[in-house]
Design a protein around this ligand. Sequence first.
Ligand code: TYM
Length: 327
Amino acid sequence: MRIFSGIQPTGEIHIGNYIGAIKQWIKLQNENECIYCIVDLHAITSDYSPEELKESIINTAIVYLAAGIDPERASVFVQSEVKEHTELCWYLNTVTSIGELERMTQYKEKSKAKKKRANAGLLNYPILQAADILLYDTELVPVGEDQKQHIELSRDIAKKFNKHFGKTFKIPKAKLPEKGARIMSLKNPKNKMSKSGKKGNAISLFDDPKTIEEKIKSAVTDTDNKICYDPKNKPAISNLLVIYSEFKNQTVKESEKELEGVSYKIFKEKLTEVLVESLAPFRKKRKELEKRREVYVEEILSRGAKRANALASSKIVEVRRKMGLIN
Ligand code: TYM
């Protein structure tokens, strides 16, 4: 199967991104044709510093590789290096209604924060995402829960295009992890863990042991002292339990059983230990990759872009032909 997914090169990638997306990517790369993109064109719809963007792009590539993406199995590339993404985005603009875009939760949240200063890119953002996906005849898109609505819109856009211009695009499906599709903030389990959230809300993939310990120590818990999965009544402990289970590679049920009768304090110590142990290899691999930043990492990105470009350039010819544009 053809798989496509991406992460924005903004802020520090956290364990929510890992559990929601990257962990799935790693599993899928063994048996599928995977394309993992660094979506820099999406990142520029929010405030950013041009001087820091290049650095963030390479850092994101390093995260992919350090966390376990194998460049021999999956293509890793930077979105803006394959021009067809923006070209297809324009074409898809013409089959997408403004109303559909205005209904997107992410747009509503981001534009509300910006008030009247929201840029048009923020509104059109999901069309670019649809272009990313449809350009490669993607079948499966492994993402966290917050992206589900965007994938549904991509499906609608593909269907509309196919109806209008004849069968051109595959209809992609979102793939969410069973548990952990929405990891919550350690500071407030009503909010999603996020790169831009309150300090200490997220654990970065490269946090050192001391930082992990402090963040887990100060993570909020629920009132009683029982460890069980009950997101409605015990949202904080349920969230920590999902994180624990995901890093121990066991089911939540198995964790509940293991932690029966254990106090919150001991649970937090165990969780810290699991996180420190699981993230140590990522930190080690990053150190090695940092030294090979200019040659090895950039070479992987350039190889990935070549591969993506080969697929994208033939697809765009088909799209142009279907739309009656001169090739
Ligand atoms: P981004 O960069 O915000 O997030 C990257 C991935 O991490 C997932 N994620 C989470 N999963 C679980 N719990 C959380 N708290 C959490 N926070 C983030 C996201 O669901 C996502 O899978 N628009 C996308 C990037 C994108 C894309 C694409 C994805 C652009 N084009 C094409 C798939 C296919 C985004 O902003 O993700």
